[in-house]
Design a protein around this ligand. Structure first.
Ligand code: NAI
Ligand code: MG
Length: 357
């Protein structure tokens, strides 16, 4: 028996509350099947109701409350009808990413059988890669300012920040991942246009790459890289990118493989100094909330990534296989053209995991 994994489950808002129970159902099935000891604590803050009641998204001691957990399993946050998005997002998720130094944002991109692909002529197996995005620095800073505002001399400066520490650690993470896969790494760059930071980023990729001579590295400018995601998705294995480029690629990639209801993500602090966070890519979907028709697969797959990160690769693989089989054989929620409810899909996948061989 492994040591107990402590998980903080934060459902958040909207369909976060509908997909979370299905995610937990499958986690519990996997725990039972593979002898994993899980302690799951439900957290009822970091949602817009809490904000309406208290004036803050989270209690003041949120960091102390969460620090002891191995991971945060997160639904979705945001309820624009009552709470502006910048308050709900900056007051919860973005605090986790920064203060828990979750410097890797990892998004798998995979085409499954049974899911209509927006790209013509692609079948399951053709698209299977990982986008690794730097999650703490780069282009997303609040350094800069506006001079002579409102005059015809108006000057706007917005700085990017690339630290050697921040860059090297995300590159190394990507090389390590590539080593466990097909040994192919694509480095997103724009060294022909962004003349200081991007040539330097390329150099760091070479420097770290010296430790991984067996990995084939392909540097691609971000403009043609986005075109290749659409035109030649089969050529990718691991793709690493700065914060801004990674933000774009990690939406484009999953979009190339079908519904947003499938796409999972991990926000990782690989050293495990702090809890990492696992969440579906989608938001709280106010337009369908309350009908019980949200697709729970992104949430369930995010749970699989969590178990993998915490050392249970066999449980991860079993959940992903169960998702594959369920997508092939149904039931399907309406976003996939079916009539199934959120719970139907959750129960089907949990059953498959319980019976995994
Ligand atoms: P959204 O992802 O919530 O919804 C976009 C569209 O996809 C909607 O039509 C929705 O019905 C559909 N959809 C999303 N998830 C689905 C699922 N599991 N099954 C079936 N259909 C699904 O994005 P939107 O509408 O832009 O944002 C709504 C709220 O969510 C906002 O408050 C926004 O800030 C927040 N948000 C939160 C995120 C997070 O917690 N990480 C990420 C994205 C948005
Ligand atoms: Mg985005």
């Amino acid at each position: 028996m492994s040591q107990t994994l402590k998980i903080a489950a934060i459902a958040g808002d909207g369909i976060g509350r509908e997909v979370m129970p299905e995610g937990l159902r499958v986690l519990e099935a996997a725990a039972q099947r593979f002898g994993i000891s899980l302690q799951i604590d439900t957290i009822d803050w970091a949602n817009c109701d809490y904000y309406q009641q208290t004036g803050a998204m989270m209690p003041e001691d949120w960091k102390a409350q969460l620090s002891g957990y191995d991971a945060i399993y997160f639904g979705a946050v945001g309820w624009p009808a009552t709470t502006p998005d910048h308050i709900s997002l900056w007051g919860s998720l973005l605090k986790f990413r920064r203060e828990f130094d979750q410097y890797i944002n990892l998004r798998p991109v995979r085409l499954f059988d049974g899911v209509p692909c927006p790209l013509a002529g692609r079948k399951a197996g053709d698209i299977d890669f990982l986008v690794v995005r730097e999650n703490t620095e780069g282009e997303y800073t609040n350094l800069g300012g506006i001079l002579f505002e409102g005059t015809d001399r108006e000057i706007v400066i917005q700085e990017s920040v690339f630290s050697r520490k921040g860059t090297d650690r995300v590159l190394r993470f990507a090389y390590e991942l590539a080593q466990q896969r097909k040994r192919k790494l694509t480095v997103a760059t724009k060294s022909n246009g962004i003349a200081i930071s991007m040539p330097w980023w390329d150099q760091r990729a070479d420097a770290i790459g010296a430790d991984y001579p067996d990995i084939a590295v392909d540097k691609q400018h971000i403009d043609i890289l986005t075109a290749h995601f659409v035109l030649q998705p089969q050529r990718f294995d691991v793709v690493v990118a700065s914060n801004l480029f990674g933000d774009i690629l990690s939406d484009l990639g999953p979009a190339c493989t079908g519904t947003i209801g499938l796409a999972p993500s991990a926000n990782l602090n690989p050293e495990r100094d702090f809890p990492s966070l696992f969440e579906p890519v989608h938001g709280s979907a106010p337009d369908i909330y309350g009908q019980g028709i949200a697709n729970p697969i992104a949430m369930i797959w995010s749970g699989a990534l969590m178990l993998q990160f915490l050392g249970h690769a066999e449980a991860h693989d079993a959940i992903v296989r169960a998702i594959e089989d369920s997508l092939k054989q149904g039931p399907h929620t309406p976003d996939l053209g079916g009539q199934a409810k959120t719970t139907d899909v959750g129960q089907d996948i949990a059953e498959r995991v319980r019976n995994a061989t």
